[in-house]
Design a protein around this ligand. Structure first.
Ligand code: AHG
Ligand code: MN
Ligand code: MN
Length: 344
């Protein structure tokens, strides 16, 4: 991963990428360009959230039974407004909308589908911890006309682009179109996302694990054994690992992508499918992690191979460095005491 020494904006990077694909029509570039605008608008609100009375709740629940925060609703609205008229999309879907979101009839439709989590890490908004937005892009399946639920319910390996923005100590836009993973840092002085992390590669093995330990009692025994193994003392084997859990998937996975290790949100005795949503959290992050050389699974199969049945379906998530996910899988497959000695 080389830090760029000249100002390459995300627009320039997208156009360069497009030139590498002569058949490109520019629509995918248009989507990424418009999304970067939406993320700058959200950044402006996030960066003054404490001042702009944008904290707190809007007083309603979403389909997941979660209280919708003002910033969730704001981000959802801004992404829709930015993306609905460019003629790139035939349909959208958002965590904050029960059903698919049609393109308004006054606008042209295009050949792509956009699914998004407008504001990830909502519980962290009011405490100034990192939050973000996540998106996933597919080609439409239906031939023409308004996009349908079928266009949205595609397995993750069919994604043509995925990415996220993370509002942290700096604001970074990370995306892949299947040609590696690239990170851009917002330079507020020029209002541009500038290439700062070209061709991000996740380390083959890390030293950090990320999971909500508060749910330990609800985990399957195999999960308890795996986490106990990571915490056991074996300096030669690189253990104990450090525990890091921010509670924003986008921030926990951004750290995992850059420094290695494993992020987990397992199913448990209360929620067998866990909490995270397949279509606009797990799949886009799985595409990115695989493109960076890592792995992503739901515990029984490759995440990107899961055939979705519903827009907001949840899935257990295990993703990160290849060797860490491999070992985690061995513990989960081996109902016994886990790999003998777990020699890594
Ligand atoms: P969202 O704010 O979009 O609902 O997502 C929150 C998710 C995800 O960001 C994070 O990994 C997870 O919730 C944290 O859940 P717990 O608080 O149960 O650990
Ligand atoms: Mn989320
Ligand atoms: Mn969300």
């Amino acid at each position: 991963m080389s830090f760029s020494d000249k100002v390459i904006t995300i627009e320039r990077h997208i156009i360069d990428g497009e030139r590498a694909h002569p058949g490109a029509t520019g629509s995918l570039s248009g989507i990424l360009r418009e999304l970067s605008l939406a993320f700058k608008i959200i950044y402006r609100e996030v960066s003054k959230a404490g001042l702009a009375n944008i904290l707190g709740l809007v007083g309603r629940e979403n389909i997941h039974g979660e209280q919708v925060k003002k910033l969730d609703a704001f981000a959802d609205e801004k992404i829709f407004e930015t993306m609905d008229h460019g003629g790139f999309l035939c349909v959208m879907a958002s965590e904050e909308h029960d059903d698919i979101i049609p393109i308004p009839p006054e606008y042209p439709t295009g050949k792509y589908v956009l699914l998004f989590d407008p504001l990830d890490g909502s519980s962290n908004i009011d405490v100034n911890a990192p939050i973000g937005s996540i998106f996933s892009v597919y080609r439409r399946m239906t031939p023409a006309g308004p996009g349908t639920l079928q266009d949205c319910l595609q397995p993750g390996y069919k994604q043509v682009a995925a990415g996220y923005v993370v509002f942290g100590s700096s604001t970074m836009f990370v995306y892949t179109t299947g040609d590696g993973v690239h990170g851009f840092t917002l330079d507020p002085s020029i209002g541009e996302f500038v290439l700062s992390h070209e061709n991000i590669r996740i380390p083959a093995k890390g030293k950090t694990y990320s999971i909500n330990e508060g749910y330990h009692e609800y985990w399957p025994e195999s999960m308890k054994r795996y986490i106990a193994y990571l915490k056991s003392n074996d300096t030669a084997g690189g253990r104990p690992y450090s525990g890091r859990y921010i509670g924003s998937m986008v921030a926990d996975i951004h750290r995992t992508l850059l420094t290695g290790g494993i992020f987990m949100y397992p199913g448990d005795s209360r929620s067998p499918q866990g909490k995270l949503r397949l279509m606009y959290e797990a799949n886009p992050m799985a595409f990115i992690v695989e493109q960076a050389g890592g792995r992503a699974t739901n515990g029984t199969q490759r995440m990107l191979d899961v055939v979705p049945a519903a827009l907001h379906q949840r899935t257990p998530v295990f993703l990160g460095s290849e060797e860490d996910v491999d070992l985690c899988e061995r513990f989960m497959r081996d109902r016994g005491a886990g790999p003998s000695g777990g020699n890594g």
